[in-house]
Design a protein around this ligand. Structure first.
Ligand code: DC
Length: 228
């Protein structure tokens, strides 16, 4: 039997728009755990590649870059602040361009392998909440609690439109929906670490659930896992 890791980890996976970013941050804060936004690592890599002239399909170049990157999520902000080479890139990694770049570098097996160690290094006392696509399946298969959040593509498109509107950006709902469906297809059909729930993950459909109701469902599930 594999030895049990002394530091607890909760994985929250799912497609973008399922609410996993918001929910993971809140759960981490409530438990006093660290927080890993694994998507931010892929976004940072795409951003750094653009800056250093590494092509987004240059697998070997991206692997080298991923090893040198000076990335920091200052502990006191737990994911709200992201530094690359000591520079605040929090807003830059959230752009559509960085998201598109992240999705391209994320299909490269050697890149995913190179980022594994960096992701596992976030598992430190008193515990970790890890948010992503393959946290429960690949990065932390021995997690204490695994959650997979979903929501219909239509609901996720509505949430995305509302979020963009708050930032003064008006996009056509049908375009956003088509974009989400295309990204779902790419993320779930890639050969390495496709987006799919771990066999032992708890599936929570957040369509029609607000944040408070979702948090309650997550808490109900994890409390028994952390203190059996
Ligand atoms: O969650 P996000 O939108 O920040 O993720 C950006 C991209 O990175 C997304 O296209 C999927 C990819 N990604 C991944 O392949 N594996 C992860 N653990 C996290 C993100």
């Amino acid at each position: 039997m594999a030895e049990t890791h002394p530091v607890p980890v909760i994985t929250i996976d799912g497609p973008s728009g399922s609410g996993k970013g918001t929910i993971s941050r809140l759960i981490a804060r409530q438990l006093g755990y660290h927080f890993l936004d694994s998507g931010a690592l892929y976004r940072l890599l795409a951003l750094a590649a653009g800056r250093r002239g590494v092509a987004l399909d240059d697998e070997a170049g991206l692997v080298r870059l991923s090893k040198e990157l000076d990335i920091r999520f200052p502990a006191e902000t737990e994911g709200d602040l992201v530094l690359l080479d000591d520079q605040d890139v929090t807003d830059q990694i959230r752009t559509e361009a960085a998201g598109g770049g992240a999705s391209r570098v994320a299909v490269l097996p050697a890149v995913r392998e190179a980022l594994l160690k960096r992701q596992r290094a976030f598992r430190t006392e008193p515990g970790l909440v890890a948010d992503g696509r393959d946290m429960g399946t690949v990065v932390f298969p021995d997690a204490n609690a695994k959650i997979f959040l979903t929501a219909s593509a239509e609901e996720r498109a509505r949430r995305r439109c509302n979020q963009l509107k708050e930032n003064g950006i008006d996009l056509d709902y049908e375009d956003v929906l088509a974009d989400i469906q295309a990204r779902d297809e790419r993320d779930s059909s890639r050969s390495v670490a496709p987006l799919k729930p771990a066999e032992d993950a708890e599936l929570i459909d957040t369509t029609g659930l607000d944040i408070a109701a979702t948090i309650e469902r997550v808490h109900d599930f994890i409390k028994n896992r952390l203190n059996p």
